[in-house]
Design a protein around this ligand. Structure first.
Ligand SMILES: C[S@@+](CC[C@H](N)C(=O)[O-])C[C@H]1O[C@@H](n2cnc3c(N)ncnc32)[C@H](O)[C@@H]1O
Length: 270
């Protein structure tokens, strides 16, 4: 028989997911956050409010609500085959709908080319908390037969990315995984952790160090935002540089730093 605590958690999770905005999120993530908030507040009403607020901060704040993925897939299907300018134009238009990729658009022409220059063409990528970043594949220096694994917590977005991979014959997969309770084990040449660490730290400061310890890769491109979603800089460069230095303590990577107006990126190489 389920305990009282189990029943209260199941009720809270059901209530959170009764809203379409949160129904599209990984069940695991909703359960993890709901369990913490229930423990903190005891009261279901306060825990419900807090769980929704935290899920919004982690995911909803970034993504345009009610994104029509089927329409966007049709837009990609309608592109003339082999027209890379048209593909980049459509991909850029869609990346505008996720704040994180939208912020990177002004520097996208140089971002990957510069940060990954020292690696040559890359054959395998794992993109953690990817958002719509797999749409930036045409800007990345990749080998002809590269593989690409993409992970995030937004279910319809990952279904769209999987369909996008299939449409363009990209080898790889797009899966729903909550990085607070799942660790990737596959071996890849490059892992992307773009603007991810501050979110993981919001959940639990132990997650990012644990991930770095287990990742089976030669290189990691890790970045931090230099502006908040509201557009303020608020000393973020100094704060995140210090946090990054703390995260690196005891790890032996060669580090290259790349700074843009709204993002600071570090390429870590073994
Ligand atoms: C700041 S955005 C970064 C997106 C992308 N990496 C980029 O830089 O363009 C954070 C992303 O993390 C995802 N996310 C939040 N919590 C997560 C978790 N626990 N596990 C996996 N992804 C998560 C969100 O859905 C969102 O797409």
């Amino acid at each position: 028989m389920p305990s009282d605590a189990d029943t209260r958690l199941a009720d809270l999770v059901r209530e959170v997911r009764s809203s379409p905005k949160y129904a599209q999120l990984s069940m695991q993530l909703v359960q993890n956050i709901a369990a913490k908030e229930l423990q903190k507040f005891g009261s279901s009403a306060k825990a419900l409010k807090a769980t929704r607020a935290r899920l919004h901060q982690l995911t909803g704040a970034y993504l345009t609500p009610k994104l029509n993925y089927a329409q966007w897939l049709d837009n990609f299907k309608a592109l003339p085959p082999g027209d890379s300018a048209a593909l980049k134009a459509t991909a850029s238009a869609m990346m505008r709908l996720h704040n994180s990729t939208a912020e990177r658009l002004p520097t996208l022409d140089t971002f990957y080319a510069t940060c990954l220059k020292s690696l040559g063409a890359i054959n395998s990528v794992l993109d953690l908390a990817c958002g719509l970043n797999p749409l930036a594949i045409p800007w990345m220096p990749l080998t002809e037969n590269f593989t690409y694994q993409a992970v995030d917590v937004v279910e319809p977005m990952m279904a769209f990315i999987a369909a996008y991979f299939e449409l363009f014959g990209i080898q790889g997969n797009a899966t729903v995984q909550d990085l607070s309770s799942w660790v990737p084990t596959e071996s890849v040449q490059l892992v992307l952790m773009l603007k991810l660490v501050p979110l993981l730290d919001q959940m639990d400061k132990a997650i990012a160090p644990r991930l770095l310890e287990v990742l089976n890769t030669e290189h990691i491109l890790l970045s931090y935002p230099l502006r908040s979603l509201g557009g303020h800089a608020k000393g973020m460069r100094q704060t995140y540089t210090q946090q990054f230095e703390k995260l690196m303590a005891g790890l032996s990577y060669t580090i290259q730093t790349f700074e843009y107006s709204n993002e600071i990126a570090f390429l870590l190489s073994k």
